[in-house]
Structures are given as structure tokens and as C-alpha cells.
Design a protein around this ligand. Structure first.
Ligand SMILES: O=P(O)(O)OC[C@H]1O[C@](O)(CO)[C@@H](O)[C@@H]1O
Length: 521
């Protein structure tokens, strides 16, 4: 299959979109539209886009744009192991970690399905032995706690998913996370733990990340200082890394699990990076259900019809908002406290992937790529930054996420309604207020409306739904990257800061760096 990688501004459908009159949500929104404007995301997850500034003309052009930019063909090439990550000359294989593939893919002589399944089986066996108390701490006590030490993609996704699912099924082991090199944070987490019953999962794909290696030392130091008779600190550590990293050579860990360089950090939640902590904390069965939800969403994303492919449609509407309507921010608001860290994961996923200025061939692009993302759970966010979203002069599209049922059967009624009903009443009220607004003679109390919203909804936040939500956004980011003709899978923009931090630590500073350093060190 041959495809053309072409900049967005060369697309005829994009040029037509620029000339097409913008539609008004207030005029379009109706109960019929709310029923009709829905696309399946897989695994029971549905994307409702009735609150978007799109009509049939615009949607037809977005379908044309998807076809013209060969988005589905490019997804298929990615699945089949094309070197899609041109910057790092790598394949992009995170779909394969959840069993989503078209054909077998071989990388460096290795069948990748066998590799990912093999590491997953090693993790499941290890987790079961920990749960069955066949594997014990070095002083002979069973493990009751697991702590992931890692940062960025080695922290955000696994942490968000653990928090999302720990209410669904009581954790087998309680999980904690240490990411920041802030000593107060590591100290806080460690101060509440019993080292004899704690297992640490050190996660670094590169095995060179300064913060993670420092935090490993921090933990080891604390364990040594605790002076517990018979405690062998490294026998409370497993590592998750790539086979080529310096960590891979260290055989002192209790066990080691591997990923490979074809999995980007921010796309690694369904690999051993998420698999190890989530299988230990929640159990292999829950992780397997999570993977099946992600796989369902990946399959749905193969559909070339935008009305049957939520990730594709979400991606295209996002491009339309960014490049035609000039909206450069997106708020992601889950009406679920369990999803409190999911917006933070999306910040890395989306902004590290699509915050680029050059196309996949290294040429500067003349249009904007990526959006800035922020978010907090509702209803808390209503009492915080929603004033801005309702009445500020700049418009921020809102991506709502909601569930019809809570995870725990413990709701109660007060003033005629349950807490869960109040939560979702607020969600639908916000969507309506943002789209339709309210006229008032007092301009201070006037709501213009015309704030675009969408809703990803499902019955309940289950492992399958969580997998589908994760994959939905991964695939959305991928489709947007293809539409903008950029490489979504490298992250050169994070290197300069790392280099300069090392210059400060090694005392190799120029005047500007030295003057800033004098303020802080
Ligand atoms: O897993 P590693 O190699 O420690 O990297 C952690 C994170 O650092 C980054 O490379 C950015 O600095 C992310 O892309 C990655 O998720």
C-alpha cells in the first residue's frame, strides 16, 4: 500500500472548510441531533458530538479530509510495522501490546506478538506468585504494597488507570507512585510504608532518566537507613525497561520485564510499563479486561466512515476547531473523581505527541499543530475555572467524559435525588449551558453560548471502558498527527531542558544560566 504524506494546507477539503460558513450550535441543537450525532468508540463507549460546531456540510468535508489524508491507510501501515516514527527511525507498535494487529510484525529478528505476549505472561506469573505468597519480601513477609518509581509515560498513564479502577475492584496490593525528583514527595510516600512488605517497580524505558535513577537511590538509601535485620533492598525491586537500556544489564533485581523501543513512553500504558503495576495492584484479570477494551477501540478506529469511528471523528473535529475556528485549547472534564489524573496523562499524550513545528520531513509547517490540554473532574471544575469557559472572550472546547452508574454500590438519596444523579444532572446542564447559553439584558449575566462540547459516555467506568477511553485518545492523537503531517511519536522538545539542567549540576554554565541558578541554588 502506498500513501502520500502531505501537509494539511495542501488539502482541497481543508481549503473548502476554510471557506465554508461556520455553523451555530444554538440553531443546530435539537433532540433529534443529540440522538443522531453519536459515533461508537468500541467496548460500549460512545462519542456524542451534537454540541460541536459542525453540520452536514462540514462533516462531509471532514470525511473528505480523512480520505484525502489517507488516515485509515496510514493507521494500517503503522499497525503493519512501517517506520512511522521518522525522527527516531522506529516502528510504532503500542497497539500490538493489546493484541491489535493486522499481520505479524518482526522487529530486529523478533516476532513482536511473541515478545509482548511473553513479557505479559512473565508479569502475570510473577503477580500471581506475589498474590499467592510464593514470592515474599527479603525478610519472609508477604507483599501488601507496590510502588511505581518512574516519570512521564512511566508514571502518568499507569497512575491514572490505577486510580480509575481501584474503586471498581478492591486492589490486591495498594499502589503508590513516586515520579517527581522533589525529595519531599518521595519522602512523603515512603514515610507511610513498611519496607518489609513493599515491592518497588522501577520503570524507565531508557534506563537513563535522571529523576527516576535519583528516586531509586532515594528509596534504597531510606531502606538501608531503616536498618531492618535481613532486609535486602534490591530484592524488593523489579525493573521494567527496554532490553538495550543500562538497567537491563543489572541482574540484581528480584525480576525484570521488558518493553522495546517501538513503544513510546506516553503510549506504553498497555505494555509492561502499565502491565506490571496494574497486574500487581489490581490483578492480571483486570489488566486483561482493560487490554480487551483498548483492543475493541483500536478495531473501531479502523473504520473509514467517520460516523462509525469515534477516534477519527474526534480527531478531525479537533483539527477543524484548531485550524479553522482558531481554538487552541481543550478542557477534558471527566464527571468521575476516579478519573482525576486522566487529564494529566492526556496532557503528555497529546502535547508531547503533537506539539511540533515541523512536518515528518523536517520542514516547518505554516499552520498550528496540537492543542494545550487541561482538566479536572466535574463538578469540582464548575466551582473553579468554568466561569472562564462560560463567559471569557476566548473559547475553549470541552471534552466531557461521563458514566451512567457509579463504580461502587453505595449511593444515597438526598433532597429527592442520589449523588450520582446530581453528578450527571450537572454534566448535562453544563453541556446545554455551553452550547445554548442564555440571553440576559444585564450583559454581566448574559451567556453567549456557542462553546463547543462533546461527550464520551458509557454505562460504567469498568476495566474495558477505561481501556477503550485510553485507546480512543491514543488513536485520536495519531489521526491528528497524520492530518497535520507531523511525526507524533518523537519528543525532541524535551531534550534542551535536560541538557541545561545537567550543565547546572556539572557547573558548566553561561551567564544567563548562572544568573538563574544564583536565584535557586
Ligand atoms: O521511561 P523513561 O525512559 O525514563 O522516560 C520517561 C519520560 O521521559 C520522556 O522521555 C520525556 O522526557 C518521556 O517521553 C518519557 O515518558
Amino acid at each position: 500500500m502506498s500513501v502520500n504524506y502531505v501537509n494539511l494546507d495542501k488539502s482541497d477539503n481543508f481549503k473548502k472548510l476554510l471557506e465554508t460558513p461556520v455553523c451555530q450550535i444554538k440553531e443546530e441543537l435539537s433532540s433529534d441531533r443529540i440522538k443522531k450525532y453519536s459515533a461508537s468508540a468500541g467496548a460500549g463507549l460512545v462519542y456524542n458530538f451534537a454540541g460541536k460546531k459542525v453540520n452536514n456540510t462540514i462533516l462531509t468535508l471532514l470525511q473528505g479530509l480523512a480520505d484525502e489524508q489517507q488516515l485509515i491507510e496510514k493507521y494500517k501501515l503503522l499497525l503493519n510495522g512501517d517506520v512511522i516514527n521518522t525522527g527516531e527511525k522506529r516502528m510504532v507498535l503500542h497497539h500490538h501490546t493489546r493484541g491489535m494487529k493486522l499481520d505479524d510484525v518482526v522487529s530486529e529478528g523478533q516476532d513482536m506478538t511473541k515478545f509482548y505476549d511473553g513479557e505479559k505472561k512473565k508479569i502475570y506469573d510473577f503477580a500471581k506468585k506475589v498474590h499467592n505468597k510464593e514470592i515474599l519480601g527479603s525478610t519472609g513477609k508477604p507483599f501488601d504494597t507496590v510502588v511505581q518509581v518512574g516519570i512521564g509515560g512511566s508514571d502518568l498513564g499507569p497512575r491514572a488507570i490505577y486510580l480509575a479502577l481501584k474503586n471498581y475492584n478492591k486492589p490486591v496490593l495498594n499502589a503508590h507512585f513516586i515520579a517527581n525528583v522533589d525529595p519531599d514527595d518521595a519522602n512523603n510516600v515512603l514515610s507511610s510504608l513498611n519496607f518489609e512488605t513493599t515491592l518497588f517497580v522501577l520503570v524507565s524505558k531508557s534506563g537513563t532518566t535522571q529523576e527516576t535513577l535519583t528516586n531509586q537511590k532515594f528509596v534504597l538509601n531510606k531502606m538501608e537507613k531503616a536498618n531492618i535485620s535481613g532486609l535486602v533492598p534490591l530484592k524488593h525491586f523489579v525493573s521494567v525497561t527496554s532490553a538495550t537500556s543500562p538497567l537491563a544489564a543489572d541482574t540484581n533485581y528480584l525480576s525484570s520485564f521488558f518493553i522495546d523501543n517501538n513503544i513510546g513512553g506516553r503510549f506504553s500504558s498497555s505494555s509492561a510499563v502499565g502491565g506490571c503495576i496494574l497486574s500487581l495492584a489490581l490483578g492480571p484479570e483486570i489488566f486483561e479486561r482493560f487490554l480487551s477494551g483498548a483492543r475493541e477501540a483500536d478495531k473501531q478506529a479502523l473504520n473509514s466512515n467517520i460516523f462509525e469511528n469515534a477516534a477519527l471523528l474526534d480527531a478531525l473535529i479537533g483539527v477543524y476547531e484548531n485550524n479553522v475556528l482558531n481554538m487552541k485549547n481543550t478542557a477534558v472534564i471527566p464527571y468521575s473523581e476516579s478519573m482525576s489524573r486522566f487529564p494529566a496523562h492526556l496532557q503528555q499524550l497529546d502535547m508531547e505527541s503533537n506539539g511540533k513545528s515541523v512536518n515528518r520531513f523536517g520542514d516547518r509547517v505554516s499552520y498550528s499543530t496540537g492543542v494545550s490540554i487541561f482538566g479536572e473532574p466535574g463538578t469540582n471544575s464548575q466551582h473553579s475555572f468554568f466561569q472562564y469557559i462560560h463567559q471569557a472572550t476566548s473559547i475553549i472546547p470541552v471534552q466531557f467524559i461521563g458514566f451512567r452508574k457509579p463504580q461502587i454500590d453505595a449511593d444515597m438519596e438526598y433532597q429527592g435525588s442520589t449523588s450520582g444523579k446530581k453528578l450527571n444532572a450537572n454534566l448535562v446542564a453544563q453541556m446545554t449551558a455551553m452550547g445554548v447559553g442564555k440571553d440576559d439584558e444585564n450583559k454581566n449575566k448574559n451567556f453567549d453560548g456557542e462553546r463547543p462540547t462533546s461527550l464520551l459516555h458509557a454505562d460504567q467506568l469498568t476495566p474495558e471502558t477505561m481501556g477503550a477511553i485510553l485507546a480512543h485518545f491514543e488513536n485520536k492523537v495519531m489521526f491528528q498527527g497524520f492530518t497535520w503531517n507531523i511525526n507524533s511519536f518523537d519528543q525532541e522538545g524535551v531534550q534542551l531542558g535536560k541538557l541545561l539542567a545537567n550543565k547546572v549540576l556539572n557547573n558548566q554554565m553561561d551567564d544567563v544560566l548562572k544568573s538563574y541558578a544564583d536565584l535557586m541554588i
